[in-house]
Write a protein that binds this ligand. Structure first.
Ligand code: SAM
Ligand code: SF4
Ligand code: SF4
Length: 349
């Protein structure tokens, strides 16, 4: 539980109040999704630089003093981090954290569900881009489709609520499956969120013609279901997904980061597994919090470091990218190899 002073809110240069922290617990992953980790080889964060659970907990307290009440555990693949349930238990016990969730590729989820539930986790988002095992293998270079499906079939029975499925829609690859994935979502009580393919760091295979826009997704779904109604935004407008409803009451979301960015309401910060703070998915530079933490900075000193950083934040990465003509993948491969923190699998998505 957070023993420190009461929460204070901090706004950035565009008036966006810090509220949400994505905590990456590892940069390692057991899949090689083509839109995230298409290369043959990767450089990993040095082991000694990874934050311990105790260090993550201390930093979460710092962020929660600055208004963060929502934490999402991510990676890499968060379940590649040993004993993750120990961290979950600590975070779930913090009164300042009102919403604790985890994004996972689902490969190892089934076997961890009981421990995660016992530790206090109630919400997971599982990434699933195809209902076809062969496509899954082509996309991820691994043969784990059945494990992801099994996990999703078990989540509700294990007591989890508010489950989501994240689907990156890629033109020419899985754009014919949007309805199939929605239908599967209904069977496992999970709300699907379709994500536009983003040209973030790591997405070295990205090209504009592979992006299926929100508008095109809606057209495809209207062709299949007839009416698709827009719903009022949740979370006071800070949630990235625009939500929609089918005639039978099924709801789903679309995250249109590429064609209709939502930077104006973005309240999210990202902490990498080595304790680097990023204020935007597209930010090229982060702020090292591990060094001051390990050098003995006090809680209040760390609060001031983060407050100062957020209050000078002007990032609107996706909006800036949208204005670029002749848009190609964001960071050249050589630059990614020199700084693994530029990778999506390191900053957590
Ligand atoms: N490994 C976990 C997983 O895949 O769910 C968590 C980390 S992953 C980086 C978080 C999310 O980022 C996933 O839902 C993934 O689909 C998404 N993602 C990765 N690269 C992307 C890209 N180029 N465009 C859009 N979404 C992407
Ligand atoms: Fe795929 Fe997530 Fe791994 Fe990236 S981090 S390769 S999105 S499973
Ligand atoms: Fe937030 Fe950056 Fe994404 Fe815009 S591009 S929504 S500022 S993380």
């Amino acid at each position: 539980m957070n023993q420190s002073s009461s929460q204070q809110h901090v706004a950035d240069l565009h008036g966006r109040t810090l509220g949400d922290l994505r905590v990456s617990v590892t940069d390692k992953c057991n899949l090689r999704c083509n839109y995230c980790m298409p290369e043959e080889e990767y450089t990993w964060l040095p082991k000694q630089s990874l934050l311990t659970f105790d260090e993550i907990s201390k930093l979460v307290d710092v962020f929660s003093d600055l208004g963060v009440s929502k934490i999402r555990l991510t990676g890499g693949e968060p379940l590649m981090r040993r004993d993750l349930h120990v961290l979950v238990s600590d975070l779930a016990g913090k009164q300042s954290i009102h919403d604790l969730a985890m994004t996972t590729n689902g490969v190892l989820l089934n076997q961890h569900l009981p421990a995660l539930y016992a530790a206090g986790l109630r919400r997971v988002t599982v990434s699933l881009d195809t209902m076809q095992p062969e496509r899954f293998r082509a996309l991820t270079r691994r043969d784990d489709h059945k494990h992801v499906i099994e996990s999703l079939r078990s989540v509700a029975g294990a007591g989890f609520v508010g489950t989501k499925i994240d689907t990156v829609v890629i033109r020419g690859f899985n754009d014919d499956e949007v309805a199939d994935i929605l239908e599967f979502g209904k069977t496992v009580a999970a709300e699907v969120r379709f994500i536009e393919y983003m040209d973030v760091g790591g997405a070295t295979q990205w090209s504009k013609n592979k992006v299926m826009s929100r508008a095109d997704m809606l057209s495809a779904l209207r062709a299949r279901y007839g009416q698709v109604d827009a719903m009022a935004s949740a979370d006071g407008g800070t949630a990235p997904a625009a939500r929609f409803m089918l005639p039978d009451g099924t709801t789903f979301g679309i995250i249109s980061s590429t064609t209709e960015p939502f930077c104006s309401t973005c309240n999210r910060a990202r902490l990498t597994a080595d304790g680097t703070l990023y204020l935007c998915l597209y930010a090229e530079k982060g702020l090292d919090l591990r060094t001051p933490l390990r050098d003995g900075a006090s809680h209040q000193e760390l609060v001031e470091i983060v407050r100062n950083s957020w209050s000078h934040r002007g990032d609107r990465g996706a909006e800036v990218r949208l204005k670029q003509h002749d848009r190609q993948s964001f960071i050249p491969i050589q630059q990614l190899k020199n700084d693994t923190r530029l990778e999506m699998h390191t900053r957590g998505g």
